[in-house]
Every structure is written in C-alpha cells, then in structure tokens.
Design a protein around this ligand. Structure first.
Ligand code: 1OR
Ligand code: 1OR
Length: 410
C-alpha cells in the first residue's frame, strides 16, 4: 500500500518547524494556532487579489514572527533592482533558513545566478544580534575578501544574516562530498583542511584564527571539496547558502563581466583553463591605494597576492648603508604596472615579505587571499618560480649576494 503525501505538506511543516526552532515558543499549540491563522489570512488575501490561482501555500512562504515582532520591515528584504517581484508589499516575511534544509547534491550545476529566480522570491534571512556580537562579527569580517566589493547595503544584509557557531575540538564543520549549507568566517580557533586522496583524508592546510571557508560548494553548486575540522575550540560566523548566493554569487557575476577581458590579458594566468581563470575572478577583490600608501611591508606575514589593475607600484628593499651601519635605507628595486603581479614570493616560499610595496599615485589592485592563491594558482607556479629566479639574478647585480633573499628562494 502506498501513502500519498499531499502536495505542499512537507514545505508547510518544514517552514513551521523552522519558525518553532527560531522562536522557541513556550506554548507550542498557541504558537501553531497563530502561525497557521496568519498563513490562512495571507492566503485568503492573496486569493482575493487574484494573483494566485492555485490557493495552496507556496513553499517557503510562511509567517515570520520574529522579524514581524522586531518590526524589521520588508525593505530590508526586498530583491535587487532587476527583480520584478510582485510580492513587494507582502506583510509576512517567509523564513527559510537553509541550514535546516539540506539541499540534494547538485553536482557541477552550470553557474548562472540569473537562474536563481526561486531563491529571489524567498525572504531575507535575519538573525538578531547584540551590539557586542555585531562588533565581533564586523571585526571577523573585516579582511574577508569575498565581502570587500559589497556596497553598504549588501554588507549589512550579509551581517544581518550571519549567525554565530561555537565549535568544539575535533568537530567536523564541513565534510567533503556533503552538500553546502553555510559559508564560514573564522573569528577564532584553528581549523585543519583535509582532502581525500584514494579515500584517505590528507591534511593539506590549516586556518589559524583568521580567514573563511566553505564558499566553493555555494558558489558552484558542487559538493564540499574538503573536510574542515576544528583543531581547538573556536568561534565561527555562518552565512546561509541563500543569502550567500543572492549577494556574493550575484556580485561575482558582475565581477566576471567587469574583469573577463583584463584577466585574459594576464601572462601569468595563461596556463589556466578559461573556467579556472573565471574562478580566479570569483575570488578576487579590488583594493584602491592612495599615493605613497604602503601596500606590503617587508618582514610582515603574508596573507595576500596582488595584481596591478591601474597605476604604478614601487617595490623597495631595506639595506644597511654601510657594512657596519645599523641604520637601514630603503632602495627602489622594481616597479609594477598594469597586468603585473607582486606579493607572490612570500606565499610561494612561506616566508615573511622580502620587500615593501608602495602606491605611486592612485593604485587599483586585484587582491587574492593566500588559500585561494594556493588552490587556484598551482598551474602558474612555473612562471612565478622562473620570475623568482630572476629576482635572485637582479639581486646579485644590484647588491651583490644577500642572505635575505637567498633564504626566500630556498
Ligand atoms: P567548500 O564549500 O568546497 C570545503 O567546502 C572548503 O574548504 C572549500 O569550500 C574551501 O573554502 C576550503 N581545495 C578545496 N577546498 C579548500 C581547499 C583546497 N583549501 C581550503 N578549502 N585546497 C587546499 C589549498 C590550500 C586544494 C587541495 C588540493
Ligand atoms: P613578497 O611576497 O616577498 C614583496 O612581497 C614583493 O615584492 C615580492 O613578494 C615580489 O613580488 C616583489 N626581490 C624580492 N621581491 C621582489 C623583487 C625582488 N622584485 C619585486 N618583488 N627583486 C630582487 C631584489 C633586489 C627584483 C628586482 C628587480
């Protein structure tokens, strides 16, 4: 005998369950009564407006008590300019919090955020925060490159949607091959990265109290590419898949259009396939530096790689004035202009910055974080290493041999 599940039942119960979990009501029955009454009211209203031929509640369209109670108006939750959503004056904001509803695996689905119309109709996710939480969140997100190109409104939508998660030692935050639910920003804690090789987890890297992970599955609708395990107790900020796709992925589509032509001209990236070059664009952010502003400081720990989009960058190195002299002077050693890159040496050698970099006039750079650099630019390593070998030759010409750079190219 087969039991027929009425259409819409699963979505209805899921939305209700999510709302119960969010609101934690003391009186479940009373809550249910209010919830379904409001749902019915809305359906009646919709039917009377005649914009819904089929009166069954639409999946995900439910009642959000928290947001209503907090008077979070629907402006916060409206779609981007291009969306012609007919529900703009909707009183109720439907809560669909994707971390509760795991998606079926959609492997290597074509990248086309414009197809995400269904997602656009969902309401915006909001997790209320205390001032203290918001401050910590802002601090944790300050250097996240994926957030760098967002405008103020997009950034506050992201911050509103993020929620806190404390991890325990040994906890698997992400398991390779799972579906993607959240993007994670690290506030504190160490996290190991494992990738399966012949079925065995191989440690390929680690996050140490900074950075973010979990963007790939959400960007490309692919299963998780790595396993992330908390090495120590830690604190994470999570961004749900829906908000991530609406804001970050859409933003990336614009970025691709903007940078496609420029990226194609970069000699460094010629060893990459077109799709790989587009993935590079996805993780790049732009940063503008004013005249004389320091971009890199010699001796610092390296976290980013730079490509000059416009303007000139002066590379300098410190050296003692005389053999005995303790005082150091800064000597110009190179200039980078449009299409050239810098800041790769420390990332390749895992050493502190070998030189400093300063903006000459206003400079616009494309910036990539170290993890994306390691993940995406492997095929470009030959070109970079050849260049690094050149640094050594020039170093000898300029200064005579220097132990400083010799250890960098080891
Ligand atoms: P995700 O959504 O696929 C796992 O979930 C996350 O681990 C992934 O997004 C990245 O954010 C993060 N290869 C793939 N994913 C990585 C890697 C990585 N490192 C971090 N993640 N590699 C290591 C590069 C240092 C390449 C290994 C071959
Ligand atoms: P980084 O990560 O060490 C400073 O940060 C960057 O300056 C470095 O990567 C290179 O990208 C860039 N020696 C060392 N670094 C250089 C040099 C260089 N030129 C550019 N960078 N040269 C030899 C030193 C006299 C090149 C001289 C032309």
């Amino acid at each position: 005998m087969s039991i027929e599940i009425p259409e819409g039942l699963t979505e209805l119960l899921q939305s209700f369950t999510v709302e119960v979990l969010r609101s934690q009501p003391r009186d479940l029955l009373e809550f249910a009564l209010q919830y379904f009454t409001q749902l019915k009211d809305r359906e009646t209203k919709e039917a009377s407006r005649g914009n819904d031929q089929n009166s069954a509640p639409r999946p995900g369209k439910a009642v959000n008590f928290i947001d209503e109670a907090m008077q979070i108006d629907s402006e916060n939750g409206e779609e981007e300019e291009e969306d012609d959503d007919d529900d703009d004056d909707e009183e109720f904001i439907a809560p669909v919090i994707n971390r509760f509803i795991r998606r079926a695996s959609v492997c290597a689905e074509a990248f086309n955020p414009d197809d995400d119309d269904d997602e656009d109709k969902e309401p915006w996710v909001t997790h209320p925060k205390t001032d203290e939480q918001r401050q910590r969140l802002q601090e944790a997100c300050r250097d996240i490159l994926l957030f760098k190109n967002l405008d103020q409104e997009q950034m506050s939508q992201v911050l509103d949607a993020m929620f806190e998660k404390f991890s325990t030692e040994g906890e698997h935050i992400i398991d390779q091959h799972d579906d993607g639910d959240n993007f994670y920003v690290i506030e504190s804690g160490k996290f190991n990265i494992f990738v399966k090789v012949d079925g065995i987890d191989k440690l390929v890297g680690c996050y140490d109290n900074r950075g973010s992970f979990g963007e790939l599955a959400l960007m490309y609708n692919t299963p998780r590419a790595a396993t992330i395990v908390a090495v120590s107790p830690g604190a994470l900020w999570c961004l749900d898949r829906l908000t991530f796709r609406r804001i970050i992925v859409k933003n990336n589509a614009k970025k691709r259009k903007l940078y496609e032509a420029f990226i194609e001209t970069l000699p460094l990236l010629t060893s990459l396939e077109l799709s790989e070059r587009m993935k590079v664009v996805d993780v790049l952010s732009t940063k503008v530096f004013n005249d004389s502003q320091q971009i890199i400081a010699q001796g610092d720990l390296a976290v980013s790689f730079y490509i000059v989009e416009s303007g000139q960058v002066r590379i300098t190195m410190k050296r003692s004035r005389t053999k005995k002299d303790q005082e150091e002077e800064e000597v110009d050693i190179a200039t980078c202009s449009r299409g050239q890159y810098f800041g790769e040496l420390a990332l390749v050698t895992n050493k502190p910055r070998a030189a400093s970099a300063y903006a000459v006039g206003t400079v616009k750079c494309l910036v990539m974080d170290v993890k994306a650099f390691e993940r995406l630019l492997g095929p470009c390593m030959d070109i970079m290493k050849r260049n690094i070998a050149n640094y050594e030759e020039q170093l000898v010409t300029l200064f005579g041999s220097s132990p400083e750079i010799e250890q960098h190219s080891a």
